[in-house]
Design a protein around this ligand. Structure first.
Ligand code: GLN
Length: 486
């Protein structure tokens, strides 16, 4: 029964709750029982509040509170602040940190009635593609527990894939929603930059970060995006644009659709099976009447270098505030104030975060600024232009989300460059600020999910949901939870 309940979409759950076929208590109990059965092994949560969630479930009156998420258990990535709840970014430096305020996106899902059952694991400070760098242990992929779930929102993706929650929120700076969603066989959406307020998202790289949903279906991604989107005076980069009702308006019209296929996203470095499966998805759209055209995104090769300069530069500045004074633990032994800062940071940050801070500090340092940061900004402009030119020829772009399916635990964590190459198909969209959705379309010969990515022009979220929905219907993959054994 639990399996069935938690396999349902948000909409189906909402209907069953409204018709009193199920109660919020049953739903939260199902979530707790799945957590207890599976999370010892996959470790998708850093905190899980069983007692409090049950209490909240008892208090929800679904007949009166008709928020679209009333009584539904959801999870948050551990970098989204919730007043009074530990929010650690998967780092020792924020151990026990309880923010005094709540992120705007979190407030939105709370106001919609969601019961937040816990915080999902992540790569430390969202830096990574495998959820192996968390201070709270690594997360395993529910489809094959010897493999990574992707990262950095790997806990959120694994929790949804394991059916512990029907949906979760993540954040995406260079692919951190889409890549783990792809590895874990679930849907992930990165909204247009500014569509969702970043207020209360612990910053990694502020010009790239966006909060977005990880769900089992495209419709659910549309619903959650609609709930968390909107202008917020607390985030000066949030867009002052009306939020359409994405979910209720899903209406795929493939007839006049032109789909761009960029050669740079298919060739070298992309696994053959991944390429075949994603090309099949393109053919499926063609069979429905869409036209496929070749487009060129010639700056793709430079994007990853530009991303790792810009993201680390911003991170080095954003993470300067973690010095043992205002947040988290402080080193016990030190000589003077400067020593206290360095000891606290030396003890509190993990190796990958330190590497990023050093890289970022270096590329911003005088004498190197123009050669690295300045140049990366120029490349960023070219990437934006590349996309603009492509969108003169097509409505949206179809690509694989990741070059390979989920890789083995431990296989890349000691080789940063190989790890960074994971982001080659996702980071360009962050640099250009564009929306992109990933959805599983088929399984490879190892039974692992393989995903397609749709990238659209700025604020084209509705079209992305429409066409992703169509692909979801057309492709062999059926939205489901991973077949975990107790
Ligand atoms: N994997 C990328 C990185 O390590 C992206 C991370 C993210 O999107 N937060 O920077």
């Amino acid at each position: 029964m639990e399996t069935e309940l938690l396999d349902l979409s948000l909409n189906e759950l909402q209907n069953k709750l409204q018709n009193s076929e199920i109660s919020p208590v049953e739903l939260v109990e199902a979530s707790i029982s799945r957590y207890q059965n599976f999370d010892k092994e996959i470790n998708s949560f850093v905190s899980f509040n069983s007692k409090e969630s049950l209490q909240k479930a008892r208090e929800v009156d679904v007949s009166r509170e008709n928020g679209p998420l009333a009584g539904i258990p959801l999870a948050l990535k551990d970098n989204l602040c919730r007043a009074g709840y530990a929010t650690t970014c998967g780092s020792n430096i924020l151990e026990g940190h309880r923010p005094p305020y709540t992120a705007t996106a979190v407030k939105a899902i709370e106001e919609a009635g969601a019961i937040i059952v816990g915080n999902a694991n992540m790569d430390e400070f969202a830096m990574g593609s495998s959820t192996e760098t968390s201070a709270y242990g690594l997360t395993r992929n529910p489809w094959d527990t010897e493999r990574v779930p992707g990262g950095s929102s790997g806990g959120s993706a694994a929790a949804v894939a394991a059916g512990i929650v029907p949906a979760a929120l993540g954040s995406d700076t260079g692919g951190s929603i889409r890549q783990p969603a792809a590895f874990s066989g679930v849907v992930g959406f990165k909204p247009t930059y500014g569509r969702v307020s970043r207020y209360g998202l612990i910053a990694f790289a502020s010009s790239l970060d966006q909060i977005g949903p990880i769900t089992r279906t495209v419709e659910d991604a549309a619903l959650l995006t609609e709930i968390i989107s909107g202008h917020d005076p607390a985030d000066s980069t949030s867009l002052d644009q009306p939020v359409p009702e994405y979910h209720g308006n899903i209406n795929p019209k493939p007839e006049n659709l032109t789909v761009g296929i960029p050669a740079e996203y298919f060739g070298e470095g992309v696994d053959e099976e991944v390429e075949t499966i994603v090309r099949q998805a393109a053919s499926d759209l063609k069979a429905e009447g869409a036209e496929l055209v070749d487009v060129s995104l010639s700056t793709t090769e430079q994007a990853i270098s530009a991303y790792y300069v810009i993201a680390t530069a911003e991170a080095s500045s954003n993470l300067a505030r973690f010095d043992g004074v205002r947040y988290g633990p402080r080193a016990q032994e030190f000589e003077d104030m400067i020593d206290m800062y360095s000891q606290t940071r030396a003890e509190g940050f993990g190796a990958e975060v330190k590497r990023r801070i050093m890289l970022g500090t270096f590329v911003l340092s005088s004498g190197y600024y123009e050669a690295y940061y300045g140049k990366a900004q120029k490349v960023r402009t070219l990437i934006k232009r590349d996309f603009e030119n492509a969108f003169e020829k097509c409505d949206l772009i179809l690509t694989p989300t990741t070059p390979t399916a989920a890789f083995k635990l431990g296989s890349r964590v000691d080789d940063p460059v190989q790890m960074y190459m994971n982001d080659v198909l996702t980071a360009p969209t962050n640099l250009a600020g564009l929306p992109a959705i990933t959805l599983p379309v088929d399984a490879n010969s190892d039974g692992l999910p393989v995903a397609a990515q749709l990238i659209g022009p700025s604020l084209s979220e509705q079209m992305l949901f429409d066409i992703a929905y169509l692909l979801q219907e057309l492709s062999p993959w059926e939205p489901c939870s991973a077949p975990l054994k107790e």
